[in-house]
Design a protein around this ligand. Structure first.
Ligand code: ATP
Length: 647
């Protein structure tokens, strides 16, 4: 019999573990019996995922909190639901509706909670607990030591879930409705990525049927970033969320060419979308000859002007190029049918189908509305100045058109060397021809770094679903980085998205945040300064550098590997020298180093005119290769910025 409260809670944890083991064993013992092999495979897969989700991690406790309600109920809140043999819950999922109060109940709004208990956990065991009696007016508000310890925990290694310590403002974003698109703006370390991943987990819990059918996708800047975050969703029992990088999303062909920053920026410009649209639709030609359709002993003629009206009507329907093309033979056949009726015949639907399938109609329609191939289209556009000029018209200046043209065009689209930006154009073309299927929800991180054309590509993958956009306008590192979320949301096609701001930093100590935030008025004037929630003020060393020297100092600091943030600079964190330094400074998530990097990056960016950053790299390039190509910030503006930092 447990004697103390702590022993009682430990006994509950033990019972929950036993129940979870039973649930898993029961799932694993289930036989796959289905009527056909497809259903059997589906069932086997479902059972496999269920068994995976029921795995116990002895290193973490099954619950981290408890709620006692004014209705006399008691709920243990944990990573997943655990039920006893009667089906009564021993632990409720953190995503259940009732768990919302664990994160959001306050003394002013207790949400029916009389007691909130937080558990201190070490090595999967309960070591302590802390109570808040939310309706006890005599109890004073104290800062939770358990919460503080979790927040102060050194952030090394891959990202972990934050279910035990989600903050009220984060919880509101996590639980925003499935049809709600949200854009989260936040300084480094304010938990944007963590919130996005927990939102994915919540959506799959609250709308499992719909979203597991339609799909949920996390889009990150590169593979290092995906490695960093890859364990979070499986730890929450969600193993079915797709993860991809922006470039892998379009990687239908190998990247064999690199654009200059100016050309890459131009290819990412939203005017390209209009140019491609015009180019695609320019292939539909106005009829000059009538349609002549033989049927039996007669020939039926549909005049060219009438066919012209049909074509115009199809063009104006807003359908994709190939879908509208599919309709043309049927429209032509219908026009033939009308002629037959006028002549006294009474043809039925089968006659119309036969006319639509006849070679005369098919050949005539194909000449007016040819089948197109995206790669061939782009190859022609980038190889031939007349074709480009006709499509670009008043959209692009002659200099811009000249910049787009390949110096040595490949003979065929098959042998063309495509750049990262070209693949985005191909994706746009593919969508103009055939609609891209939409997922249920897309989470896109570091979204400030995406070009308008990349944003459009992400947006068309969630046209009928919703999106969570995560980023920081002040952290843009590409020349095409967005300067405004409203603009980015327009390119995504999600102007109805709510913009939410997270301004409490979990990673970066206060002294570093305060110092670096002095740059904000210069690099992102509209943004407020974040506040650190960490008690540890951190250590901040300020090193004087001469103008133009700051990048070298930074590279020296990081062993030539570039800033340490996983995912922000391709392979930079993986060079042996930078790894050694990262270890010494506390790993890739080390706050001081990261913020120092952010600061130096900001100095560089704020001293360059548009394109905003003198550095540009694709996700396949390393920081150092970019560094070789980078231009130096002008000494005058670097001085101006140094002055702003020393104020
Ligand atoms: N509520 C929380 N409780 C505990 N830790 C948290 C919380 N929110 C965020 N963190 C931690 O803070 C760190 C930074 O979080 P995250 O990477 O999500 O921030 P970010 O805003 O995406 O940063 P960046 O702008 O650099 O990408 C992570 O280690 C994360 O686990």
């Amino acid at each position: 019999m447990p004697e103390t409260e702590l022993e009682h809670e430990r006994a509950h944890l033990k019972a929950a573990r036993t129940a979870l083991t039973r649930m898993r064993e029961r799932t694993e013992a289930l036989d796959v019996a289905a009527a056909d092999p497809i259903a059997a495979a589906y069932l086997a897969r479902t059972l496999y995922y269920r068994a995976q989700a029921l795995r116990d991690d002895p290193g973490t406790a099954l619950f981290f909190g408890r709620l006692d309600t004014d209705g006399g109920e008691r709920w243990y809140v944990g990573r997943r639901h655990v039920g006893d043999e009667h089906g009564d819950p021993l632990v409720i999922d953190w995503r259940a509706e009732v768990s919302g109060a664990f994160y959001r109940a306050t003394r002013t709004e207790p949400m029916g909670v009389v007691l909130r208990r937080r558990f201190g956990i070490a090595g999967g065991e309960i070591t302590a607990y802390e109570d808040e009696h939310l309706t006890d007016t005599g109890e004073s508000e104290t800062k939770s030591a358990i919460l503080a310890a979790e927040i102060e925990r050194p952030r090394v290694g891959p990202m972990r879930d934050i279910v035990a310590t989600i903050q009220p403002e984060q919880d509101l974003i996590v639980r925003a409705g499935a049809d709600t698109s949200v854009c989260v703006q936040g300084a480094p370390g304010t938990g944007k990525t963590a919130v996005g991943l927990h939102r994915a987990a919540w959506l799959l819990y609250a709308h499992r049927d719909r979203l597991s059918r339609q799909g949920v996708l996390v889009v990150g800047p590169n593979r290092a970033f995906l490695d960093h975050i890859g364990a979070v969703l499986p730890a929450l029992g969600e193993v079915r969320v797709g993860h991809t990088t922006v470039s892998d999303m379009f990687a239908t062909r190998p990247v064999k060419a690199t654009d200059t920053p100016a050309v890459a920026t131009l290819k990412g410009d939203p005017r390209m979308a209009e140019m491609l649209r015009r180019f695609v639709w320019s292939h539909v030609v106005a009829p000059t000859e009538p349609l002549v359709a033989p049927r039996g002993s007669r020939k039926w003629r549909v005049p060219a002007y009438e066919v012209g009206d049909l074509v115009d009507e199809l063009r104006g329907r807003g359908a994709r190029y190939h879908a509208a093309r599919e309709m043309l033979p049927h429209r032509l056949a219908h026009a033939v049918l009308v002629q037959m009726e006028r002549a006294g015949d009474s043809p039925d639907d089968r006659v119309q189908d036969a006319v639509a399938r006849s070679s005369a109609v098919k050949t005539y329609a194909a000449a007016l509305w040819p089948v197109l191939d995206p790669a061939k289209l782009l190859h022609r556009l980038l190889s031939d100045s007349d074709t480009l000029a006709a499509a670009a018209g008043d959209l692009l200046s002659p200099d811009e058109q000249a910049a787009l043209l390949w110096e040595r065009p490949a003979k065929t689209s098959g042998s063309a060397k495509w750049s990262v930006a070209d693949l985005v154009l191909l994706d746009e073309l593919r969508d103009l021809l055939d609609r891209t299927p939409s997922l249920g929800h897309v989470i896109v991180d570091e979204a400030q770094d995406l070009s308008p054309m990349q944003l459009r590509a992400v947006g068309r993958r969630c046209t009928t679903g919703s999106v969570t956009v995560l980023g920081d306008i002040a952290q843009g590192t590409t020349p095409w980085a967005t300067g405004s979320w409203n603009e980015a949301l327009r390119h995504l096609g999600k102007t109805d998205a709510h913009i939410e701001v997270l301004d409490r930093g979990f990673r970066v100590p206060a002294s570093v945040i305060r110092y670096a935030a002095r740059l904000l008025p210069r690099i992102a004037p509209g943004l407020g300064a974040p506040q650190s929630v960490r008690d540890n003020p951190g250590r901040l060393d300020v090193h004087a550098v001469t103008a133009g020297e700051e990048l070298d100092r930074l590279f020296f600091f990081w062993g030539g590997g570039g800033p340490p943030r996983p995912g922000r600079s391709g392979s930079s964190c993986r060079t042996p020298a930078s790894q050694r330094r990262l270890r010494r400074w506390g790993g890739p998530d080390s706050s001081t180093g990261y913020w120092a990097s952010i600061t130096a990056m900001s100095i560089t960016r704020s001293t360059s005119s548009r394109p905003r950053s003198p550095r540009v790299w694709s996700s396949t390039e390393s920081w150092s290769s970019n560094r070789r190509r980078s231009s130096r910030p002008s000494p005058t503006s670097a001085r101006a910025c140094a002055a702003c930092m020393s104020r």
